[in-house]
Structure formats: structure tokens, C-alpha cells
Ligand binder design. Structure first.
Ligand SMILES: [Fe+2]
Length: 271
């Protein structure tokens, strides 16, 4: 199946969830992560096996665009989260927060775009001095985009019935910190499947009295590129200056935060 939403010659084999690239589109390297490797962030750490949870395709680009991506210090990657469960939980990415890079005043932001399937993005802003954890669950479908603000941990869950494919445009040199999420054995909620329906349940590692659960909806922005009907890669190549906020979001932090509308969410009972 061609991933038309990407605007690129990318093909998904729905039987294996593997991607292939054509017409000169290159991928620097790819890596698979098994569900066993997700153990530190699973509801049931023993449930992992050598089955793939997700594949990461790093630095996907046309050679002609390499200089532009370098000039803007950005990288375009694709992640494929396989269908299926691990210990009753939907397959997901590990979850991380962006590390502060030298010379910056805030960590970098990141732009995601769903290409196929349905995702739940779990966002968790840094609690800061308040000490309160806020978990925001945002459902995105193919063609929808979200900007993850700076200082916000994030994890992507496959919430559809098939393979989930999404891309990201992100600071090329940006580093990820996995420790914050692993210290709590995952994000503040798990997406599980019970009786054929998806449910969000709380992670017992978080104090329920100090955790606020929210449902989020994305407001698209023309200024920050998410309202552009063009797929992210093509939008960047056409109007790269629009994506300057991905290099350093400091002047844009408030504008990015304003793109997420939230309302309280009641989680399902645990177990
Ligand atoms: Fe990230």
C-alpha cells in the first residue's frame, strides 16, 4: 500500500508492517525494537517477547533535499508501530522527553504527522515546581499533525486495528532522555484493550492525587505549518522558514501550547 498521505514514494507491506522506499528516496538506517526491550515502560514488564513493537526509519529524504534539511538542522524520520498487544496493552513507542541542548533555553519541540492508522499521543508536560503530573491523551488519524511542545514527554500508541505509521520532523542533533519516563515505569496512563475496546488506565506508579488526566484536541496552525494541507515533508521543502520553531521553540512556546485544547478525562478502572 502506497502511503499517499506522506506525499512520498513510501510503501507499507500490511502483512509484515515493513516499509520500502522508491524513486530515489533514501533512509539512512532503520532499527526494530522488540516488545521485550519495552519492558521498563510496560504495564506487564514480563509480557515482552522478541516480537517487534515498532520500527524506526531514520533520516528519510531525497538526496536533493539533504542540503536544505542540513541548513535548517532538521531530520525527517518515520516510525511504524505494529498492530497487536503486549500483555493486554497496545503496542507503543518507548516514550521520552527531549534533552536540553547546549546553548538553548528550552529543549526542542517536534512535529508529528500520522500517515496511516490511528494514534493516541500521550503527552506529559514537565511537572515543574507544581509537582502535579498532567497526562494528555490526543487521538490523531491519518493526515493529522501535532506539535509536541518543549518540556513535554511523549509516547505514541497504536490505537487502530492495523499498522500505525507516523513521521516526525525534528532537530537533527536533538537528544532524547528516556530516564524520566522509565523511572515511573511508563507514562501516567496505559492504553489497554479489553473486550475488544480500548481503555486508558492509570499507571499505579503515579500518585493519583497529584495526577490530572486530560483529553486533548489539536488546533491547526497556519503560522506553524500544521494547517498546510501538504504533507509535512513537502510542506517543509516548499516553505522551510515556517518550521524554524523546530530549531529553537523559545519564541514560540506560548503559540505551540495554545494549539492544544484540553478537557478533563476520567480513566477506566485499573486491571
Ligand atoms: Fe521526541
Amino acid at each position: 500500500m502506497k502511503l499517499e498521505r506522506s506525499g512520498l514514494p513510501i510503501f507499507l507491506d500490511e502483512a509484515t508492517s515493513l516499509l520500502s522506499f522508491a524513486d530515489g528516496l533514501v533512509c539512512e538506517e532503520s532499527a526494530a525494537k522488540s516488545t521485550a526491550k519495552l519492558a521498563p515502560v510496560l504495564l506487564d514488564p514480563q509480557a515482552g517477547t522478541d516480537e517487534t513493537a515498532f520500527d524506526f526509519y531514520k533520516n528519510v529524504h531525497f538526496p536533493k533535499d539533504e542540503a536544505l534539511l542540513k541548513q535548517y538542522r532538521l531530520r525527517f524520520d518515520i516510525t511504524v508501530v505494529h498492530p497487536g498487544l503486549v500483555g493486554g496493552e497496545r503496542k507503543k513507542t518507548t516514550g521520552h522527553i527531549h534533552a536540553m541542548m547546549p546553548g538553548k533555553t528550552t529543549p526542542h519541540a517536534e512535529l508529528y504527522e500520522v500517515l496511516s492508522g490511528t494514534a493516541i499521543y500521550l503527552l506529559q508536560p514537565d511537572p515543574g515546581p507544581s509537582g502535579r503530573t498532567e497526562l494528555i491523551a490526543v487521538t490523531l488519524r491519518a493526515g493529522e499533525k501535532i506539535i509536541v511542545p518543549a518540556n513535554c514527554a511523549h509516547c505514541t500508541v497504536n490505537a487502530g486495528s492495523g499498522t500505525l505509521v507516523f513521521d516526525n520532523l525534528v532537530l537533527e542533533s536533538g537528544a532524547n532522555d528516556y530516564g524520566v519516563i522509565q523511572a515511573h515505569k511508563g507514562m501516567a496512563a496505559f492504553v489497554i484493550e479489553r473486550d475488544g475496546a480500548l481503555r486508558l488506565i492509570p499507571n499505579p506508579q503515579y500518585d493519583p492525587a497529584a495526577t490530572d488526566y486530560k483529553k486533548g484536541a489539536v488546533i491547526q496552525s497556519a503560522a506553524l505549518g500544521t494547517a498546510d494541507p501538504l504533507p509535512t515533508y513537502r510542506s517543509f521543502v516548499q516553505s522551510p522558514d515556517t518550521y524554524r520553531y523546530l530549531q529553537d521553540p523559545t519564541p514560540y512556546n506560548e503559540a505551540i501550547a495554545a494549539l492544544l485544547r484540553t478537557e478533563p478525562l476520567t480513566l477506566d478502572a485499573e486491571g
